[in-house]
Design a protein around this ligand. Sequence first.
Ligand code: CO
Length: 230
Amino acid sequence: MPRSRISLILTPKPGAQFTNMKLLQHLFDNNKLWAQSIESSHPGFFRKLSEQQTPEYLWIGCSDSRVPANEIVGLLPGDVFVHRNVGNVVVHSDLNCLSVLQYAIEILKVKHVIVCGHYGCGGIKAAMSNEKHGLIDNWLRNIKDIYKLNEKKINALESEKQKVDRLCELNVIQQVKSVIHTTIVQDAWDRGQPLAVHGWIYSIADGLLRDLGVCVTAKDQIDQIYRTDS
Ligand code: CO
């Protein structure tokens, strides 16, 4: 990169920040209205919230812009601790996800971990294709493994949409397993800490959630090989 271009990037002209802010002024306007409306319906809301957070739920969902955690379940700031990534994947070497899980369970003492996928997930679609997407293909590999394990069941379905949606469900079920296989969750149960791990799926087409019926609440529900001795 030519030297002149580097200096242009590193030293913005005076007032450049304000110019940028103006470009997104509507978001600041929205924010002011949003804060005012919450404050008028719940006086003192932000002051109380600034002192502590006591969420009961950890939400592990997809980054998709159409699946915002709080809004879907009608909860306010402070009610849900949130981790989102492409395809709502829980990987045992992902320090980001594990740190969120540990903090939520050990410090915040959430009572529920909700893994929530959504139908028509772009991450799932991409994982089912052979198209090259770059770096993200390494992440999607985790989903490809779930496809491979369930290939016959998925391919028995008629339409492409059904296949994608089934893998969306199977992915949630697998990620619930990944959550309960962690030492973090198993240690919590060993301590006698009440904790339920749920698998849900959301439909962007009608805005409704569906429980996949894979709720796990105790260590004896974990497959033997993944259990750690207490
Ligand atoms: Co998605």
